[in-house]
Design a protein around this ligand. Structure first.
Ligand code: IMP
Ligand code: MG
Length: 175
């Protein structure tokens, strides 16, 4: 049996999302901002964040996959969707669920440079700094967390737990 031990409550997340949205609203005053939602894990954070930003917000979606030896990413990232992005001249904020080793976020930042956006920043709900291998700047961060596997608020374990309204630590093999 496995269980989920709550780590960050829905209330704490909502408050932090409001703070981040207020910061973004201030930083991009007068501009149109394109949120680039990373599928699938970023989608819950993205929908909440987008609705709190008091600007002209546009949405685009991207899906990348990392493949390596099972759950451990070896840094090889591949674009799965879409075939073509439309980011030229746009102020883009990548919206990620979590930055772990950093490979995905670093790859996204490098990849997006080729799309000639006006600017690119990274907004992540969670950061596991202890696990970082690839250096990556996070411009807007929700919470730094310890090196634990977490689920909920978009994050899954084998596609499960994604729509828990809070973030919790996955605890395996408890009875
Ligand atoms: P990175 O390339 O190692 O930074 O991996 C980032 C991706 O791994 C995230 O976008 C998640 O999809 C996944 N991931 C990393 N840590 C966790 C976790 O604790 N729970 C669920 N997914 C995770
Ligand atoms: Mg992800």
């Amino acid at each position: 049996m496995e269980k989920v031990q709550p780590l960050i409550s829905a209330q704490e997340i909502a408050a932090r999302v409001k703070d981040l949205a207020a910061q973004i609203t201030q930083d991009y005053a007068g501009k149109t901002v394109t949120l680039l939602c990373t599928l699938t894990g970023g989608v819950v954070f993205f929908t909440d964040l987008a609705r709190e930003i008091k600007l002209d917000v546009r949405a685009q979606f991207i899906k990348v996959s990392s493949y390596g030896n099972n759950s451990i990413s070896d840094g090889k990232i591949r674009l799965e969707y879409p075939e073509k992005l439309d980011l030229q001249g746009k102020d883009v904020i990548i919206v990620e669920d979590i930055v772990d080793m950093g490979y995905t976020a670093r790859w996204l930042r490098e990849f997006l440079q080729n799309e000639s956006p006006a600017s690119v920043r990274l907004c992540a709900l969670l950061d596991k700094p202890e696990r970082r291998v690839a250096e990556v700047r996070i411009d807007y961060l929700g919470f730094a967390i310890p090196d634990e596997f977490v689920v909920g608020y978009g994050l899954d374990y084998a596609q499960r737990y994604r729509f828990l309204p809070y973030v919790g630590k996955l605890i395996k093999d408890v009875d």
